[in-house]
Design a protein around this ligand. Structure first.
Ligand code: NAD
Length: 271
């Protein structure tokens, strides 16, 4: 089969540069175009020069329609409003859309679901195998332990991250809530400040740390009377997420239209 021709949107971002490099290095994928937002100082610069691969002869563009017309898929680690617009454009072009962007609102997610009726979308707040396995473990542990164990999700990321709690922390919170057969929305405590009173039974708490260059660390604590279980994942390299995103793109190429998750890609949805 011919190489899968991929557009990287947000190509000058931290993940975008890593994605350009990974597409270039991965057998079976080829860089079709590199897109940045209108007004970006990187428009016209070579995507490979930005990514550190050396010149690829692919200047960064903001012409989304032209970029998507020549491609089989788009890899999108940008910002929520941009991702909703890319979902519509990818559906119109009939190409695979891999979404790593976090902080998506319910209305953004509704746009993805709608686009999934006509094309293939893989969306996950974390594209790594380790975190997706951790998510399955958290669901299982939460179901086994029951509500007498308090659940807290702790995360740390680099100082430039703009959303909180992280998409991964929310995924882990969702998994814990599913394990307990409750809704996360009714039980999440995303911030604590001042005289909060005692912890409410059944709450799922979140704590956010920001600083330095930390790529992503997550711990789910199950705290009972006299004992505590902690499940932790530490990401050391952004390449992890880029490799996962390309695996998702290649997997989705062969699938019917639908909105999929990374657990589907990795075959661990039923764990
Ligand atoms: P970043 O700010 O470095 O990069 C985002 C890039 O997107 C920027 O270059 C920005 O100019 C560009 N952009 C914004 N709007 C655009 C538009 N309309 N068109 C084209 N480009 C646009 O951020 P980052 O650290 O690379 O993270 C990006 C997103 O990916 C965040 O939501 C982050 O949480 C998420 N992320 C997800 C995973 C995962 O595995 N799912 C892993 C890491 C980061």
């Amino acid at each position: 089969m011919a190489d899968m021709r991929l557009v990287v949107v947000g190509a000058a971002g931290r993940m975008g540069r890593m994605l350009v490099k990974t597409v270039h290095e991965t057998p079976g994928t080829a860089l079709a175009a590199a897109v940045e937002r209108e007004g970006s100082p990187f428009i016209g610069k070579d995507a490979g020069d930005l990514a550190g691969t050396g010149n690829l002869g692919i200047p960064v563009t903001n012409d989304v329609a032209a970029a998507f017309a020549e491609a089989d898929g788009v890899i999108d680690f940008t910002a929520p409003a941009a991702t909703a617009a890319f979902a519509r454009a990818a559906a119109a072009a009939g190409i695979v859309h891999v979404v790593g962007t976090t902080g998506l609102t319910d209305s953004d997610l509704a746009v993805l679901a709608e686009a999934g009726r006509t094309t293939r979308i893989v969306q996950s707040g974390n594209m790594s195998l380790g975190v997706n396995l951790l998510t399955a473990l958290v669901r299982r542990v939460a179901a086994t332990l029951g509500p007498e164990f308090d659940i807290e999700v702790l995360e740390m990321h680099h100082r430039m991250k703009v959303d909180a709690p992280s998409g991964t922390a929310l995924m882990l919170g969702e998994a814990a809530a599913e394990g307990r057969a409750v809704g996360l929305r009714e039980h999440a405590v995303r911030v604590r400040d001042g005289h909060t009173g005692a912890r409410r039974a059944g709450d799922i708490g979140f704590a956010t740390l920001r600083g330095g260059s930390v790529i992503g660390e997550h711990t789910v604590v199950f705290a009972g009377d006299g004992e505590r279980i902690e499940l932790t994942h530490k990401a050391d390299d952004r390449a992890l997420f880029a490799r996962g995103a390309l695996r998702a793109a290649l997997w989705a190429r062969e699938r019917p239209a639908g909105l999929y998750t990374m657990s589907d890609v990795l075959g661990i949805a039923a764990l």
